[in-house]
Design a protein around this ligand. Structure first.
Ligand code: ADP
Length: 476
């Protein structure tokens, strides 16, 4: 049943129907024109023969009429004009007939054409002759003397068999041309439809496989037309979907792995506390360790929640003055820097840097970067926070003189759970999600984030947000 709804079937059927209609119309006009042409031509020839005969026979119809001679004349003319030739006198009596045996000699011919000719006019008709069992054309031409007096009539009756044969040939030719045209158009449209539907079937098959869960699909189509573009978009979609699902799987495995480590430690600590007698001091240390692991787990869960919130929610933007905002945050962090033995340099511009941002998320970005700077910079180091206004962006830089990041890791630094030194990160309470959160928040704000770093020298984390005024210009 679906065969009949397929594009291939419908396209072919439509083309065939169109060509059939066109051929029928063309054939109809062509045939009627040719039919008229042949009949008229035949009638003209017959009429000319009639006039010639009338001219010739005029002398013979005056005075005494010689039927034998006239019949011989009629027979002669009949051979030339391929028609039966009959001569009639003024009374409509046959005085000469090319058909000797069974002819109409000495009989009256009661016929409307003859009656019209006796009144001086030429007329013709077509009909079916019972006698010869053929279609015939009859014509009657008046025979007149020089003064216009009617002397008699020349009556010609010719078989239309030849014309019928030609018209039959034309009909057959038109029928064959129609069948041939339908065949060619049908074949062509099947090939055309296959060209269109072939790639579509490839797309359908690939989509079906994707629906079955086989996401790794790629369609090989080289054409640059609409279907080629559809296939191309499909390939991009499949690739992206594939990337997302494998990322999701990797992420789930990473989460499980991250959760398992503190859980195992906590399990071991609890078991030790339960099963071993220990000093109160030692017990306190164990409980402290337990608390630390719990804190790490809580931090991890919080960061995961933060990430999932980021994926779901639309952010609510407010106008934030970045220089005030950063200065306030540095004020909050000041004691932690002093405590860690780090020098804090403030190079925040005094120019107004208004951005549209969600304040809580901006806090998270800045605190993640400052926490990292604190964690990965040894005591005695320097941390510089810069804010500068560029053409259409407010660029914030958190620069440290810490351990830096190896060049080969720079590309992965914003990925979830990526850490250069796992142990060191855990020591500082890191979850490996801080920079991923930074990157997603900044992306949600339409900004950019990047890093420059040299191992053993220090790191520079940049994030750029579009200035509110440039966004207003774009909107207006
Ligand atoms: P973590 O919680 O481990 O700090 P992040 O996503 O914040 O996770 O950072 C990922 C990794 O990037 C860190 O584990 C660390 O190896 C490296 N990193 C981040 N910030 C710095 C920095 N300022 N200096 C050196 N390395 C850094």
């Amino acid at each position: 049943m679906t065969r009949f709804y397929s594009i291939r079937f419908r396209l072919t059927a439509t083309f065939i129907a169109i060509i059939l209609a066109v051929m029928i119309i063309i054939s109809f006009f062509l045939y009627t024109t040719l039919e008229r042409y042949y009949i008229n031509n035949f009638a003209d020839t017959l009429e000319r023969s009639g006039f010639l005969a009338a001219e010739f026979v005029a002398g013979h119809l005056r005075g005494q009429v010689d039927s034998v001679r006239l019949s011989a004349l009629a027979e002669n003319m009949s051979r030339q004009s391929q028609a039966r030739v009959i001569f009639l006198d003024q009374q409509g009596m046959v005085v000469g007939d090319s058909m000797r045996v069974g002819g109409l000699l000495n009989q009256t011919l009661d016929n409307p054409e003859v009656a019209a000719a006796l009144n001086g006019s030429v007329s013709s008709s077509t009909g079916f002759s019972e006698r010869v069992q053929q279609p015939v054309m009859q014509i009657a031409v008046p025979v007149q003397d020089g003064d216009g007096n009617i002397l008699g009539v020349v009556f010609l009756s010719a078989s239309l068999e030849e014309v019928e044969r030609i018209l039959n040939d034309i009909r057959r030719f038109l029928f064959l041309a129609t069948v041939l045209a339908m065949g060619i158009v049908g074949g062509g449209s099947i090939a055309l439809a296959r060209r269109f539907t072939g790639p579509l079937e490839k797309v359908t098959a690939a989509a079906r496989k994707m629906a079955e869960g086989k996401l790794d699909q790629h369609i090989e189509i080289s054409s640059g037309d609409e279907i080629g573009r559809l296939a191309n978009q499909f390939n991009i979609m499949a690739k992206r979907l594939n990337y997302y699902t494998s990322n999701l799987k990797k992420f789930a495995a990473d989460v499980a792995h991250e959760v398992r480590t503190p859980l195992t430690t906590m399990g071991l600590l609890t078991k030790a506390l339960k099963e071993h007698e220990m000093e109160q001091e030692q017990q306190k240390d164990f409980i402290n360790d337990l608390d630390n692991e719990l804190e790490r787990l809580t931090a991890l869960v919080n960061d995961l929640l933060e990430l999932s919130k980021l994926e779901k929610n639309e952010i609510e933007l407010e106008e934030i003055e970045m220089n005030h905002f950063l200065r306030d945050m540095l004020g909050e962090y000041q004691y932690r820097f002093i405590h860690a033995g780090l020098e804090l340099l403030d190079e925040i511009t005094t120019e107004t840097c208004l951005v549209n941002a969600a304040p809580l998320q901006m806090r998270q970005v800045v605190s993640n970067l400052l926490d990292n700077a604190l964690n990965y910079t040894p005591s005695g180091g320097t941390i510089k926070v810069v804010l500068q206004r560029e053409e259409e962006e407010a660029v914030t830089i958190v620069e440290d003189t810490g351990c830096g990041i190896p060049e080969e890791d720079l590309n992965y630094i914003f990925e979830r759970f990526f850490r250069v030194d796992r142990a060191r990160s855990r020591e500082g309470g890191g979850t490996g999600l801080g920079l991923a959160i930074v990157s997603e928040i900044i992306a949600k704000h339409g900004g950019r984030v990047w890093v420059e770093s040299e191992e053993g020298v220090g790191s520079k984390f940049y994030f750029a947000l579009p200035l509110a005024e440039s966004q207003d210009v774009m909107k207006s």
